[in-house]
Design a protein around this ligand. Structure first.
Ligand code: HEC
Length: 156
């Protein structure tokens, strides 16, 4: 009997811990619509990554373009970080509406941008070029599913 009297308060404490409601989500406050987020945050960051490496064709010939100094590598790393973190902005409930497909595409953007950061830290321009294509795939995967073509047009 004595042992039950000891157990009882423990059970009550356990039960009350389980029934505690989950904390309310932080008061996220999105300030712009999707179009503005794309044009002012995500697209400029992606351009910063894509423009860092590639081939430039001029009147004088064809040149390989890649960051040459530590400062230039730091610059492109900054764009890749912005892109990676912006995946979280896409996942905010008011933007994702809890759609698993949307969230998966936002996670793909984070995953590819994180690979980009690693390739930048390794100063691996070839990997960065390839990953740039993978980032593009993450963009188009979401666009193909969620951008509704204007009425009367045909999706390319
Ligand atoms: C999780 C979904 C999602 C991902 C990932 C995503 N986008 Fe978007 N994007 C959208 C939606 C939705 C729109 C349409 C916004 C609107 O006009 O309401 C859009 C529109 C755009 C536009 C057109 C804006 C305009 O002029 O109307 C650009 C440019 C763009 N995205 C760039 C990108 C780039 C670059 C990436 C990847 C680095 C990317 N997006 C990743 C959902 C996404």
């Amino acid at each position: 009997m004595r042992s039950i009297a000891w157990l009882l308060p423990l059970v009550v404490v356990g039960a009350s811990a389980c029934s505690t409601p989950p904390p309310a989500p932080p008061p996220f406050q999105t300030t712009v619509n999707m179009k503005d987020l794309m044009l002012n945050v995500i697209d400029p960051a992606a351009d910063g990554v894509w423009d860092a490496v590639g081939t430039v064709i001029t009147m004088d010939g064809t040149f390989e373009k890649f960051p040459a100094t530590d400062d230039e590598w730091a610059g492109v790393r900054s764009y890749a970080i912005q892109l990676a973190e912006s995946g979280n902005l896409l996942m905010l409930p008011s933007r994702s509406n809890g759609s698993p497909e949307w969230i998966a595409d936002a996670q793909a953007l984070i995953a590819q941008s994180t690979r980009a950061i690693k390739s930048i830290e390794a100063k691996d321009k070839d990997a960065l070029f390839t990953i740039g294509g993978d980032i593009y795939d993450a963009c188009t995967s979401c666009h193909n599913k969620f951008i509704v073509p204007p009425a009367g047009t045909v999706k390319p």
